[in-house]
Write a protein that binds this ligand. Structure first.
Ligand code: ZN
Length: 217
């Protein structure tokens, strides 16, 4: 796997600090399980974070605060996605665990529009994001869209091109809310992606706006 597009440094820092929303954390963990470059960045971010905390002067806290913090650490998102060795399979390890070994082709995909199918993935009630798999048919263009929030997309199979370049298996598009782009899937294979969004994707053209509530992304 030749990975050209990586997680934003800010995303990796938030991931290692355990402050990333669950959906984004899941996609970050999935990319990390495939990407030695981002794993090294994450390792450095964790080291710097640890040194920073070590240099802070001790502050007295109440017993209640201490207990609450310890219980939050026990349920932190990061602990749901422990580091794992790089996977060689069809999907990254965190996703393989979530799918219980079911192959992508065998999922009950929901057809949302011609050439576009989605499969929602479960999150805990505390998450503000949305996590889903998206399958786009060969040669199809997604409507040009902004995000209305952050979006991270990890390519699992196939490839698409947009103004940022070519995105194939293992590549991640880590986009801010003000970015607009129009991915076009290459013509040989469908493109399957793992996507975390903060808010519904906001399509730009009016026909796309009309169909957006119908296709549910
Ligand atoms: Zn990477």
């Amino acid at each position: 796997m030749n990975i050209d597009h990586h997680l934003d440094a800010a995303t990796i820092i938030a991931y290692t600090a355990g402050t990333l929303d669950e959906a984004f954390s899941f996609v970050a963990a999935s990319h990390l399980s495939w990407c030695p470059t981002c794993r090294e960045t994450a390792r450095q971010a964790a080291l710097i974070g640890g040194e920073f905390l070590g240099e802070l002067e001790g502050t007295k806290i109440s017993e209640g605060c201490r207990n609450q913090t310890l219980s939050m650490i026990d349920t932190a998102t990061l602990h749901r996605f422990p580091n794992s060795p790089p996977a060689r399979g069809e999907v990254p390890n965190p996703l393989a665990r979530l799918l219980g070994g079911v192959a992508l082709a065998d999922l009950k995909w929901k057809r949302k529009a011609p050439g576009l199918a989605l499969f929602d993935l479960p999150l805990s009630a505390a998450s503000h994001g949305r996590l889903f798999l998206m399958r786009i048919a060969p040669g199809k263009a997604m409507p040009e869209h902004g995000h209305g929030g952050e979006e991270i997309t990890l390519i699992l199979s196939g490839a698409y091109n947009d103004k940022f370049g070519r995105f194939a298996k293992g590549d991640v598009a880590d986009l801010d809310e003000d970015v607009e782009h129009q991915p076009i899937v290459e013509k040989d294979f469908a493109c399957v992606c793992l996507v975390a969004t903060e808010a519904p994707t906001r399509f730009k053209s009016w026909p796309a706006r009309l169909i957006q509530p119908l296709i549910g992304i």
